[in-house]
Design a protein around this ligand. Structure first.
Ligand SMILES: C[S@@+](CC[C@H](N)C(=O)[O-])C[C@H]1O[C@@H](n2cnc3c(N)ncnc32)[C@H](O)[C@@H]1O
Length: 293
């Protein structure tokens, strides 16, 4: 891979997925894209780049973007967010939404499904307190490949051994050969949709809870600011947002504030973000629009 191939790929990935590669990640690009190049009958990365530059390789470009995403996930990852769901978010929302009896939860960057299905199992475990409630869990991701796996709800022995308590495995999964499939009632609680967080998502409507974990970490500061502002526009005023263990709004945006006692949990700050930003517009644009009224 030549330095100009690497620059081309860095720019492409930043624009398409938000991935912010530093200048020294050639090894990562090679380890992910050489096998892809071979799979599509090309000699290596330089030929892959040539093909993309020719402008007639949209499918290959999408494969390159997918190959460069990190899909690492597991059931009940980090545990505490699910304790907060059970002990903090749900009690507050069950009270606040008594009249409406419905809740919308969005799992942005849901990968292969372990996170939205962990949420679904948590809710199911709450039992009779949610009887008669309409519960929507929306799982979205950039990658069609991970969404397909998530829809199927089929996991390997290795995957169910990572984070999933044995009693929940027994209760909510059925063994299919050497794999485990989530039961239909849990699968039916999760709707799937392809969505790039760099693009507008106002059409999704508003949510009571947003899990947006372990994805913003790959983005640069301006992209994070823009996404936090958009998230603030689709969350209810008394809703909750959950970030990954290595992520925070602090020092980046004031549209959310950290929960005073629950690490990783954020609430809308009541700061009305500027009018909707289209596409990957920079926060400066939002400020300019806000200033113009
Ligand atoms: C490391 S996984 C995190 C999965 C899950 N949220 C968790 O914490 O276990 C990151 C996911 O973000 C997705 N992703 C990366 N860039 C994205 C983008 N621009 N829009 C939406 N999803 C994206 C990847 O496809 C991947 O499935």
């Amino acid at each position: 891979m030549t330095p100009s191939d690497y620059e081309f790929l860095r720019k492409l990935l930043k624009e398409r997925s938000g991935l912010d590669l530093s200048t020294d990640k050639q090894y990562l690009v090679e380890s992910r894209l050489v096998p892809l190049a071979r799979k599509v009958g090309l000699s290596g990365i330089s030929e892959l780049v040539q093909k993309m530059k020719s402008g007639s390789a949209e499918a290959v470009t999408a494969d390159v973007v997918e190959a460069m995403t990190t899909n690492e996930t597991f059931f009940f990852r980090d545990k505490t967010p699910f304790d907060h769901l059970k002990d903090t978010m749900m009690p507050a929302l069950l009270q606040a939404r008594t009249a409406r009896r419905s809740l919308r939860i969005w799992c942005a960057a849901s990968s292969t499904g372990q996170e939205p299905y962990s949420i679904a199992m948590c809710l199911k475990e709450l039992g009779p307190s949610l009887a008669g409630w309409k519960l929507d869990i929306l799982a979205t991701d950039l990658s069609q490949g991970v969404l397909e796996k998530s829809r199927a709800g089929i996991f390997s022995q290795f995957e169910v051994q990572r984070g999933l308590p044995i009693q929940l495995l027994v209760k909510y999964f059925s063994q299919v050969g050497d794999m485990w499939q989530l039961n239909a009632d849990i699968r039916a609680m999760v709707q799937h949709r392809q969505l790039n967080l760099l693009q507008d998502f106002a059409h999704l409507g508003t949510f009571d809870i947003i899990f947006c974990r372990n994805v913003l970490i790959y983005f640069d500061q301006d992209t994070k600011i823009t996404i936090f502002e958009r998230l603030a526009r689709v969350i209810e005023g008394d809703g909750f947002m959950v970030l990954g263990a290595a992520e925070s709004v602090v020092g980046i945006s004031d549209v959310f504030k950290p929960h005073p006692e629950r690490r990783g949990l954020y609430r809308p700050n009541g700061v009305r973000p500027a009018k909707p930003i289209i596409g990957g517009a920079a926060p400066q644009l939002a400020k300019a629009i806000a200033a113009a009224g």
